[in-house]
Ligand binder design. Structure first.
Ligand code: PMP
Length: 383
């Protein structure tokens, strides 16, 4: 009988529906969803505006490649205009974060005619061949080598290491907060230096905002925290309000050099994706999601620190906005399992970090719930 790969079978709970920041299993147990589909459900589950846009679009026309214009794409462009990264007026839509990274890397090669790409230790950029090549974790990379090269991995947040970025570098790809690698925010000075060095040697600076983008860190784009302007921004996850969409934002000087045939995607920017992005933009603006993430992130961090900081196995509680990591001195798997028993869904990041990626809707009572559950998980792990 056909079956999913064994890794994806029997994950313990069967989720049957979601609403806002909560999901329910088949026995009607309610969970606080700080996993959010690996951060996708930042706008919450079942947002009414997203559903209405998708339903309407489904009825009008759902299947149309980029070969023809359609009103929903025009509406999306209008909505996205206020939210796009500054000066990056050219948009290419794809379907997953990896695909967005893949295109950014292709563009860097074409524009610079160089080949070397610089990435950082603990990075994660996806699992397609190009994206995997700039992903740090050896376990993910080694079985598939040789990958796309040459790639050099430098120390994240280490200004000295930036000396390796020289005139043979096509691009540097960086996450403003490393997500999968352990919720590690970049330091402002590091980012500023990185921008300066890449500018000096004419290397393209690709800001991978697949996880950080669209409000999660307290700004619409996390790189805004550092007052820098990247050359390319990749986005995904939250930008489709739950629907699979990713985006690559480019400046005119790069956009002008991309020709038809350089890239393409049957599904990229399809009418449903455009409807989802349009709705997500409307919600982002009317709900001021970035401001909410900023305020709620600060509150959540304060509550977590109050309740957890004194445990011996807690190394650090860190993050930016609603992207939060509780870094332990030990494997966090048992604590994550106890959180789940307490009906709080979370994720692992790096080797030692419990990661929370809440929807912007998270309430103070949810934060108390999550931190009490984390306290139980951590104290039981410690004893
Ligand atoms: N870049 C970053 C920063 C990510 O966090 C992820 C996914 N976790 C990806 C790229 C890959 O995205 P996808 O799984 O949608 O291909």
């Amino acid at each position: 009988m056909i079956k999913l790969l064994k890794f994806y079978q029997d994950r313990g709970i069967k989720i049957v529906r979601g609403e806002g920041q909560y999901v329910w299993d088949e026995r009607n147990n309610k969970y606080l969803d700080l996993h959010a589909g690996h951060g996708v459900a930042f706008l919450g589950h079942g947002n009414k505006i997203v559903i209405d846009y998708l339903k309407k679009q489904m009825e009008e026309i759902s299947t149309l490649s980029l070969a023809f214009d359609t009103p929903i794409r025009e509406e999306m462009i209008k909505e996205l205009d206020e939210l796009k990264p500054e000066n990056l007026d050219n948009l290419f839509l794809l379907n997953s974060g990896s695909e967005a990274v893949e295109l950014a890397l292709k563009i860097a090669r074409k524009i610079t005619k160089r080949r070397k790409v610089v990435a950082f230790k603990n990075s994660f950029h996806g699992r397609s061949m190009g994206a995997l090549s700039v992903t740090w974790n050896k376990k993910y990379r080694e079985p598939f080598e040789p990958l796309v090269g040459p790639v050099e991995f430098l120390e994240y947040n280490n200004i000295d290491s930036l000396k390796s970025i020289t005139e043979d570098t096509a691009a540097v790809i960086v996450e403003p907060v490393q997500g999968e690698g352990g919720v590690i925010p970049a330091k402002k000075e590091f980012m500023k230096n990185l921008r300066e060095v890449t500018e000096k040697v004419n290397a393209i600076l690709i800001m991978d905002e697949v996880q950080t983008g669209f409000g999660r860190t307290g700004k619409i784009w996390a790189h805004q925290h550092f007052d820098i302007k990247p050359d390319i921004v990749t986005a995904g996850k939250a930008i489709g309000g739950g629907f699979p969409v990713s985006a690559v934002f480019l400046p005119d000087w790069i956009g002008e050099k991309i020709e038809e045939g350089d890239h393409g995607s049957t599904y990229g920017g399809n009418p449903l994706a455009a409807a989802a992005v349009t709705a997500a933009c409307k919600v982002a603006k009317s709900e001021k999601i970035a401001e909410q993430a900023q305020k709620k992130g600060e509150l959540f961090m304060r509550i977590l620190k109050e309740k957890l900081e004194d445990y011996k196995i807690v190394r650090e509680i860190r993050g930016l906005g609603l992207m939060i990591g509780i870094d332990l001195k030990v494997n966090p798997s048992m604590a994550i399992k106890i959180l789940q028993d307490e009906k709080v869904l979370s994720l692992k990041a790096g080797l030692t970090t419990i990661r929370f990626l809440p929807p912007y809707l998270i309430a103070q009572s949810d934060m108390e719930w999550a931190s009490d559950a984390a306290r139980k998980g951590i104290s039981e792990t410690e004893s």
